[in-house]
Design a protein around this ligand. Structure first.
Ligand code: HEC
Length: 191
């Protein structure tokens, strides 16, 4: 056969084969389960308003130390310095085999988005939190309640925020949100 015709024949064969595949009803070839319930489980909980608990002691050096530790570290395993008193570094999780395993607790990774005193390689997706006390607390532009709410659920005053939701999602508990708040509003000028 002339090569030109050979190519034509091959092309024709390919075209008819592929159209045959297209005509097949592929919906029966694989499972198509109803995912509505699964998706519901993964949906983000609605934005929630919080009041900073009275138990939040913003002047407690231990709370500030824990907040600082979580602010600057990615998780409990990778953190190098010895953990401050009361910090949860590991969480227990039930594996598929039903056995309870110890897993490194993931911290807020706040430095990925915010600069602050002593931050290494801070990101700039969020505003710099450097000199926060002098610039925002002492000037009454912000108060601890605002900071607490922002860290707990930033969507209350900004529905389109790029910040992570920490309390409503259960990533952190009230005490940990207090620790973060205490650190952000603390005076970092004296060491
Ligand atoms: C993915 C990026 C991202 C991460 C991670 C993140 N933030 Fe934010 N944050 C933002 C953005 C963006 C804003 C500004 C928009 C807004 O207020 O919602 C913000 C705002 C804030 C503010 C309010 C500043 C002000 O006075 O207006 C505080 C306080 C804050 N973040 C603390 C934290 C803390 C503490 C963590 C760690 C638990 C954290 N952020 C993690 C992105 C992030």
């Amino acid at each position: 056969m002339h090569t030109k015709f050979k190519y034509l024949a091959i092309t024709a064969l390919f075209l008819s084969a592929s159209s045959a595949v297209c005509a097949m009803d592929l919906t029966k070839a694989y499972d198509m389960p109803d995912a509505t319930e699964m998706i519901k489980k993964d949906l983000f909980p609605a934005a929630k308003k919080y009041t900073m608990p009275k138990s939040c002691d913003l002047n407690d050096p231990k709370a500030i130390a824990r907040g600082k530790y979580m602010f600057h570290n990615l998780n409990g395993k990778k953190a190098k310095k010895p953990a401050p008193e009361g910090l949860v570094k590991f969480v227990e999780k039930k594996g598929k085999d039903g056995k309870v395993k110890k897993k490194a607790k993931q911290f807020g990774n706040c430095v990925a988005c915010h600069n602050i005193e002593g931050a290494k390689g801070a990101g700039n997706i969020g505003p710099s939190l450097e000199s926060y006390k002098a610039n925002f607390i002492d000037t009454n532009a912000r108060d601890a309640q605002f900071v607490y709410q922002k860290i707990a659920d930033p969507r209350i005053d900004n529905a389109n925020t790029h910040m992570t939701v920490n309390l409503t999602t259960g990533l952190f508990n009230e005490q940990e949100i207090c620790d973060y708040t205490a650190y952000v509003v603390s005076d970092k000028t004296k060491k």
